[in-house]
Structures are given as structure tokens and as C-alpha cells.
Design a protein around this ligand. Structure first.
Ligand code: SF4
Ligand code: SF4
Length: 232
């Protein structure tokens, strides 16, 4: 049956009326900042203390937009009679965000928790070359990485934190054994636990082991990562 004349217009007007009565969803950006999801993929931050220059991220990046340069250094043996070791030292770490497709593979594959998503997205440039962020800029993004959500009450302690605490206790015990009077009569591990535990959030740079990304990301991998091993 042929449609009645004017029925298309009536349908269109009905849609318009329905839409007019709905709550508006327009975001008044940039006057008002948008409410972003906690796991928003805005930009990638580099926590270079954790990077061992293993090159996994650069190899797995589908866009080949991660540029890493490094050189090798010889480290003296840790104990007399030991062997010298070689380690990779990072010279350049850059990500070209004009090529990046924000897939997150580099962050997933990094075995040392050196890369993190930050929700920051305001880094548009008029010159495309400026979208290649070098290590200093990638480090700056690191301090905008949100802390992970708190663990559920009664949740098991993450094994990374438990391992970091154990090694801190071991170090404290070794220090006490070397100079018992300096260590004082405190209980075993007093003051040590937590020294290898993660930082509370992206407040500032920390030593290896105080990963700004918080509990989910810190631990022995962070503490022991340094820049050793991991031949490219
Ligand atoms: S998010 Fe994906 S495309 Fe972007 S740098 Fe990482 S691996 Fe490459
Ligand atoms: S440690 Fe992580 S960030 Fe560094 S080269 Fe390896 S995969 Fe990339």
C-alpha cells in the first residue's frame, strides 16, 4: 500500500519532538573538562627507571612508532672475584603519537611496568613533528597517571608487594647483622617494610620500586629492573 501523503514529514517531526524533549548530552568542552573513564587512553607515560631497554614494546608496536636507542655499559662485579656484567643504557625513548593508534600493546607487553596510560589528551600540535614525544615529555606524562583503584577489603596482598616487603626485610636484617648497635633494638623489619612498596600515586619521581602507578604495578619487577640484561 502506498504511504499516505505527508506521513514521512509527520514521522520526521515526531523524531524531532522526541529528541527535543531528551536531556542534552553536549559537553561544554573546553569550558568544562569532560568526565573521563578511569582507564581512558589519552597518552602514554614512561617510567624510565623501570625500562631495561628490552625493546619488546618497539618490536610489538604494530605501527613501529616507538623509537629506542641505547648503548652498552660494563658494570663492575658486585662482589670481589665476580664477573663483570654488561647492561643497556637508554639513550633515546620516543613515541610518535601521529602514528600511534592507541592499541595499548606496548603497555601490555612491557615486562617491567615502564609504560602506563594517562588520561591526558590535550596535546594537539600544529606541527606534526611535535607529536613525537621524547623521553622527557613521556616522563612528564607519567605524573598524570592516576593511581589504581584500592583493593577490595580483605583482598589478598598482591604478590609483588609481598615480595618487595620480604626483600626490604632481608636488607634490614642484613644491615642489623653488620652493625647491631646502629640498628637498635627495634623489631625485625621495623622501618624497612614499605621501603620497596609502591608510591601512593603520581606525586613525583621515585626510585626504582616506588612506581607511581601504585600497587598494581610496583614490586620486584620494578625494584629489580634497573637497566641490566635484556639484550636488544
Ligand atoms: S599504543 Fe599501540 S600503536 Fe601506540 S605506541 Fe603502543 S603499541 Fe604502538
Ligand atoms: S622495558 Fe618496557 S618500555 Fe622498556 S624497552 Fe622493554 S618493553 Fe619497552
Amino acid at each position: 500500500m502506498a504511504p499516505l501523503p505527508g506521513s514521512g514529514l509527520a514521522k520526521g517531526l515526531a523524531v524531532t519532538l522526541r529528541t527535543m524533549t531528551r536531556k542534552t548530552v553536549t559537553e561544554q568542552y573546553p569550558d568544562a573538562q569532560p568526565e573521563l573513564a578511569p582507564r581512558t587512553r589519552g597518552v602514554i607515560g614512561l617510567f624510565e627507571e623501570n625500562c631495561t631497554v628490552c625493546m619488546l614494546c618497539a618490536r610489538e608496536c604494530p605501527d613501529w612508532c616507538i623509537y629506542i636507542d641505547s648503548h652498552k655499559e660494563t658494570v663492575p662485579p658486585a662482589a670481589p672475584g665476580g664477573r663483570e656484567r654488561s647492561r643497556n643504557v637508554l639513550d633515546r625513548f620516543a613515541i610518535d603519537f601521529s602514528l600511534c593508534m592507541y592499541c595499548g600493546i606496548c603497555i601490555e607487553v612491557c615486562p617491567f611496568d615502564a609504560l602506563f596510560w594517562s588520561p591526558e589528551f590535550e596535546y594537539a600540535e600544529t606541527d606534526i613533528h611535535e607529536l613525537t614525544h621524547e623521553r622527557d615529555k613521556l616522563r612528564e606524562w607519567m605524573w598524570t597517571v592516576p593511581a589504581p583503584p584500592a583493593l577490595d577489603p580483605g583482598a589478598e596482598e598482591p604478590k609483588e608487594i609481598a615480595a618487595a616487603r620480604k626483600s626490604a626485610e632481608k636488607l634490614a636484617a642484613a644491615a642489623r647483622a653488620e652493625s647491631p648497635e646502629a640498628a637498635g633494638p627495634g623489631p625485625a623489619g621495623s622501618g624497612a617494610p614499605g621501603s620497596g612498596a609502591p608510591g601512593p600515586g603520581p606525586d613525583g619521581p621515585g626510585a626504582a620500586g616506588s612506581n607511581p602507578a601504585g600497587p598494581g604495578a610496583a614490586g620486584p619487577r620494578a625494584a629489580g629492573a634497573g637497566s641490566e640484561g635484556g639484550d636488544a
